[in-house]
Design a binder for this molecule. Structure first.
Ligand code: NOJ
Length: 444
């Protein structure tokens, strides 16, 4: 049976949310538009046509949600800052109401003995910066550092835990290569520019925090997957290696000073075209922790598209595996394999599973949500973490994705990931079976 004390007393139990997915009130109190406001304003961009409205209303209900996290027994509350709430034009004049809002959140966390973890960037780039090229414009490094400096100045006296960026592979891959996400840019060059600039922002942002906040704990949150080849044919085995390099190595290696994984993707040398003199030094940083975000397994095979990668995924729907609402392959056991993979990077000091979770349809029946499959998923994930710790892997925290159901980007409100149910019409919260389980577990 799982018991809290099997994880040690310093293990951090947390929850992660994000500004765009939770806050709502996109135009309130001087906030500027983000690329995701622009994207969702056109509801045909959302798979089922959902209107975001006020998302999960965290802008108004933050006290209630933070209290829920407290009641469940968590000790970390990880949230992101909406850049355009603080800097409506991305750069230049500050919106003090935005600063006040995040100060209230931080103070509310602290008053409930929850440690705030700030994510500086969770994909909602100010639209005004995208209008100037966004992540493809090298100026982003200056814009990002100015924004980081403002956050340090206003929040750094009370916030010691900083996640510089959330899942760079997702927002550069889907936002600047496939065009599936905002800002709907496409092509290999856009992707490589966005990715390289994101690396510079992570490392430089980390350095800025280290140089200005005493005793800060600084990390990044990287998506990762368990990747395996569809069969043992050598072309598919090699394709899986490239897929693994893209999904698991692409960002961590330059950040650790190892450069991009050109060993398995020589054409990636193209990225050198984007390099400026001195970038080699600027790209790496000695993070205190690496956040890993694990959701699914990928089965890879050789493919002529996309170029450089020459690999694609065998769609989970064709593989007779357990699927979630987003048709992803639910495979919690993969986390242990992924952790083993990352342990090979000796420079990583500490891991936190900064997100994991699963979406299933949930039904509110007589005031209860019986989400047994989600509960099972989290328990399986915890078992993988427990086993990994036994093997000496320094994985020191688990942050549930997520506290309350929220807006799942292009997929709208349909995929529910929360351990607390939200009725989006009334914004009523109901703790699900999984949330109740965590409450008992964390109080045990
Ligand atoms: C990771 C992202 O950080 C988060 O925003 C998203 O909702 C979850 N994955 C689930 O897809």
């Amino acid at each position: 049976m799982l018991k809290r004390n099997q994880f040690g007393k310093d293990f951090k139990w947390g929850v992660t949310i994000s500004a765009f997915q939770n806050e709502g009130w996109a135009n309130a109190d001087g906030k500027g538009a983000s690329i995701w406001d622009t994207f969702t304003n056109n509801t045909s961009n959302i798979n089922n046509g959902d209107e975001i409205g006020n998302a999960a209303n965290f802008y108004k209900q933050y006290e209630q949600d933070i209290l829920l996290a407290k009641q469940i027994g968590l000790d970390v509350f990880r949230f992101s800052i909406s850049w355009s709430r603080i800097l409506p034009n991305g750069t230049g004049s500050i919106n003090n109401e935005g600063i006040d809002y995040y100060n209230r959140i931080i103070d509310c966390c602290l008053s409930h003995q929850l440690t705030p973890y700030i994510t500086l960037y969770h994909w909602d780039l100010p639209q005004a910066l995208e209008d100037q090229g966004g992540w493809t414009n090298r100026q982003i490094v200056h814009w990002f550092l100015d924004y980081t400096q403002i956050c340090i100045q206003h929040f750094g006296d009370r916030v010691k835990h900083w996640v510089v960026m959330n899942e760079p592979m997702t927002f550069t891959g889907l936002g600047y290569f496939t065009g599936y996400h905002a800002p709907q840019k496409k092509g290999i060059l856009n992707f490589l520019k966005a990715a390289h600039h994101a690396v510079l922002c992570m490392a430089q942002g980390g350095r800025l925090i280290r140089n200005t906040i005493a005793n800060a704990q600084i990390g990044v949150a990287l998506s990762c997957s368990h990747v395996k080849p569809v069969d043992r044919k050598s072309k598919n085995v090699r394709a899986a290696k490239r897929m693994e390099a893209l999904l698991n190595r692409f960002f961590i290696e330059p950040l650790l000073g190892m450069g991009y994984p050109i060993d398995v993707m020589p054409a990636l040398k193209l990225i050198n075209l984007i390099f400026k003199k001195g970038d080699d030094q600027l790209m790496s940083f000695d993070f205190d922790f690496i956040g890993l975000q694990y959701y699914f397994r990928v089965v890879a095979r050789h493919s002529i598209y996309p170029p450089i990668l020459f690999a694609d995924e065998v769609p989970p729907v064709k593989r007779n595996v357990k699927l979630n609402t987003m048709n992803l392959d639910v495979y919690p056991k993969g986390l242990k394999k992924v952790l083993k993979f990352y342990t090979a990077y000796k420079k990583i000091k500490s891991f936190i599973i900064s997100e994991s979770g699963v979406c299933y349809p949930d039904y509110l029946v007589n005031g209860h949500v019986y989400d047994a499959r989600r509960l099972k998923y989290h328990q399986m994930i915890l078992k993988q973490i427990k086993k990994s710790r036994k093997q000496g892997i320094p994985v020191n925290g688990y942050f549930i994705w997520t506290l309350v159901d929220n807006f799942e980007w292009k997929e709208g409100f349909e995929p529910r990931f929360g351990i607390v149910h939200v009725d989006f019409k009334s914004q009523q919260r109901t703790i699900k079976l999984s949330g109740e389980w965590f409450r008992k577990f964390l109080h045990s």
